[in-house]
Design a protein around this ligand. Sequence first.
Ligand code: HEC
Length: 134
Amino acid sequence: MIKKIKYLPLLTLLASCQSAEKVKLEQYYIGGKEIFEKNCANCHQKDGKGLQNLYPPIAGSDYLDDKSKVITAIKYGLVGELKVNGKTYNQPMPANTHLQNLDIAEVVTYIYAEWRNETAVTSVEEVEKALKNK
Ligand code: HEC
């Protein structure tokens, strides 16, 4: 017991380093879920499965292969034909110009954690970069 206590400060330090990233992921996930349910779930549904031929799924979507395309789609919306998993959709998606880069980072983090099992946070810098390179 006494021996263990000797290492406690080091262990606590290590644990807190790891959990800083985890805490951030949790914060982004929770914030992102709220943003998704408020701004996206009307069309894409809470479970991300989309709605018939009108709204494509986010869950299992091959469109998620390119994260920067997802970021610009959220910010500026989409028009014209779009293929998701081989199926063609053609309804406009409205822009979300009211969402700040942090909001977009959070909702993208949520989407990739929920439907791609990604454990990394999508940072505000990543969002800025994607929007700049559009
Ligand atoms: C009014 C309905 C509507 C809302 C609200 C909406 N979308 Fe969409 N979304 C669409 C439609 C329709 C498309 C397909 C666009 C096309 O056919 O060009 C689409 C396409 C997408 C795509 C690319 C295709 C796919 O399914 O992977 C992503 C990613 C996406 N939306 C994410 C979001 C996110 C995140 C939000 C909320 C911030 C959101 N959408 C809000 C209707 C909507």
